[in-house]
Design a protein around this ligand. Sequence first.
Ligand code: C2O
Ligand code: CU
Length: 494
Amino acid sequence: CGIGSESNNSAQGSAGRVLDSEAPLPEAFRARLPIPPVLDPVRRDEMTDYYEITQKVGQASILAGLTTEVWGYNGILPGPTLVSRRGRRTVVTHNNELPVPVSVHLHGGKTAPEHDGYPTDLILPVAGDVGHTGHGGTSVIGSRDYVYEMDQPAATLWYHDHRMDFTGPQVYKGLAGFHLVCDDHEESLGLPSGDSDIPLMILDRSFAADGSFLYPSVDPTLTETPGVSADYMSGVLGDCILVNGAPWPVLEVSNTKYRFRILNGSNARRYQLRLDDGTGFIQIGSDMGLLAAPIEHDAIDIAQAERFDVIIDFSRHQIGDEITMVNDRGRVGTSQVMRFVVSHEETDTSTVPDRLADIEVLSENDVTVEREFVFARGGAQAHGMTLWTVNGEPFSPDTVLARPKLGAVEKWTIRGQNVEHPFHIHLAPFQVIGRDGNDDPGRYNQGWKDTVNLDNGGRAELLIRFDGYRGKYVFHCHNLEHEDMMMMANFEVV
Ligand code: C2O
Ligand code: CU
């Protein structure tokens, strides 16, 4: 699929606590929106595309006159965008030149367990302290191949670090990128494409006086304690909004329709996105691919790790108009996200069809097993802190909380307490059938999902299909500080 690309060298409703930057933050709407470069395969054969990524330290220019050290895929934030075609195998060789162990998870991928980035299946650094690795995972030194069969429909996936206890700090330092899946069906629809198909990764970050990312953690290279300090265990919120790595950027657009693949890649911040011209968004896809039909939204409520694939139609605008994407959950600074400037005219050849895809609707009649999980604080302590847990259990690689059968559809009721928790499950996509006592998914949870937000005291009923592979996987809260503080559990497909 031809998506736009260019070189990239150069308490607010969220569970967490804002960390105030020590460095002066830039003025909004000065930086240009960067588009992450699309990675070329190093080779292809009949069945497979082979890629290579080196995880390393890089320098980013985010604040005027200062450089920010990032830990990036190929040294950049976001990492390069991978584009796979449905049915073609993708093999990504990850080299680890960072000073810490890493694990790569393809979020939304239908991936074999040994390639899923299990939190203890690490790539250890070649040099330096390897940290604690005594959890019995299959760790390798220096480099690892991840194999993705890509037997799944077109969707906006992303890849990020998943190291046990340290996902929060390692993603915060930059380990996140897009991985798109395309297919013939989606391409036949005539949706905006090429330079009009743009991924937007929204992150919140705070900066130390020297320009480095500020994260309230113990040093992840040295310690055996989880990577976040007690004060911030409810979640780390930054005071600067980055889109594709640039602070409050601007994108020049023509007076046509654009497709934006919006990802909330933030550790702990949830957003309510709105356009200040009142035009709204036409949602065409969710976490796991196209919706059956487009849905119009005045605003988008997006929790951590969720994706909203949307069309924004700039055709009603005059040249020179400015449209700002705002965040109604933010306060000063974080209440703004980015700006679009209509800079030129163009003929629009794209369409948004009324029917987008045939989505199989799962039914309660298919359910063989029902389970219930409570995401809350309590039940376990460590390092003097009360941990976040699932059914009172802190994460352990050896404890399996569910053993669904391969091919089964199960009904899971997830309940959240204390604060909000975005529930995420690996491997197995789900459909939301009820939320907070209502027998429907609500406006924001249509189609196939891999992440759903639970409000404090909230409840979601999910139909989950366990398909593809046997083996052990995790489900967890995608507030990354909660995840690091043990709000994660195993299921094993048998
Ligand atoms: Cu995006 Cu297990 O994570
Ligand atoms: Cu949580």
